[in-house]
Design a binder for this molecule. Structure first.
Ligand SMILES: O=C(O)c1ccccc1N[C@@H]1O[C@H](COP(=O)(O)O)[C@@H](O)[C@H]1O
Length: 213
C-alpha cells in the first residue's frame, strides 16, 4: 500500500490547493512565531477552511501555553495538534482534553537511543512522528531540512500509523519510504524555493512520487 503525505507550513491558497489537488492526506499550519512559516490562527482558519473534509488539518505547535492552544482550538479547529517541542505525556493528555483534537507527537531522532520513549508515548497519541534532531544551535526544532538515518526505523513496529520527517524532498522521499517502511511522510522545507516560500510544482512532484512509491 502506498504511503500518505503531510505538506506542512502552508501559508497561501495556491500552495494549499496544490497540496489538496495532489492528494495530501494532511495539511499543516505552523503556529510558532519564530518560524518563517508562522501563520496566525485567524489567518489559518480562513485559509484552511477549503481543506476541511478533504485533508486532515494539523496545527503545528512548540511548547504552546494553554491560551494559544485554546485560541487554536476555537478559531482554527484543527483535526490534529502536532507537538514539536519538549511536551510531556501529561501535557499531551491535557492538550487533547483542552482542544478536543487528536495528537501527533514528534520525537527527535539521531541514534537508536532516541527511540527509548516511543512505546511509552503510544497510548497518548494518534500518530508518532520521527523527525531529525536539529543541528546544535538551531533556532527551530523542525523545518530545517535535517535528515536522520532512515534505516533506524526499519523493522520497528508501532501501534498507530507513524510519520517519517526531516529533510525529505521529491528526490529522496521514495528512498525514505523504502528504507524506513514509513506509512506516512511529512515535508516542509523540501518543497520550498526559499525558507517559508512553498513551491506548488515541488509540492505536486513530492505527492506524485509518494503516490508511486
Ligand atoms: O516548519 C517549521 O518551520 C517548523 C517550525 C517549528 C516546528 C516544526 C516545524 N516543522 C516541522 O518539521 C518537519 C520537518 O521539516 P523539514 O521537512 O525538514 O523542513 C516538517 O515537516 C514540520 O512538521
Amino acid at each position: 500500500m502506498s504511503a500518505h503525505a503531510k505538506i506542512c507550513g502552508l501559508t497561501t491558497p495556491d500552495t494549499l490547493d496544490a497540496a489538496l489537488r495532489g492528494g495530501a492526506a494532511f495539511v499543516g499550519a505552523v503556529v510558532f512565531p519564530k518560524s518563517p512559516r508562522h501563520i496566525e490562527p485567524l489567518h489559518a482558519a480562513t485559509l484552511f477552511e477549503r481543506a476541511r473534509g478533504r485533508a486532515r488539518i494539523v496545527a503545528v505547535t512548540v511548547d504552546a501555553d494553554d491560551a494559544l492552544l485554546t485560541e487554536i482550538a476555537l478559531i482554527l479547529k484543527p483535526d490534529l495538534i502536532q507537538l514539536h517541542g519538549r511536551e510531556t505525556r501529561e501535557q499531551a493528555e491535557r492538550v487533547r482534553m483542552l482542544t478536543g483534537a487528536g495528537i501527533i507527537k514528534v520525537l527527535p531522532i539521531r541514534t537508536h537511543e532516541d527511540f527509548a520513549e516511543a512505546n511509552d508515548w503510544e497510548p497518548f497519541v494518534d500518530h508518532l512522528m520521527f523527525d531529525a534532531r536539529p543541528p546544535e544551535g538551531s533556532h527551530l526544532p523542525g523545518g530545517v531540512g535535517a535528515k536522520f538515518d532512515w534505516a533506524l526505523l526499519a523493522d520497528r513496529a508501532f501501534r498507530h500509523p507513524w510519520f517519517v520527517a526531516g529533510g525529505l524532498t521529491p528526490d529522496n522521499v521514495a528512498q525514505a519510504i523504502r528504507v524506513s517502511g514509513a506509512p506516512l511522510v511529512d515535508v516542509s522545507s523540501g518543497v520550498e524555493s526559499a525558507p517559508g516560500v512553498k513551491d506548488p510544482a515541488l509540492i505536486t512532484a513530492f505527492l506524485d512520487t509518494v503516490r508511486a512509491a
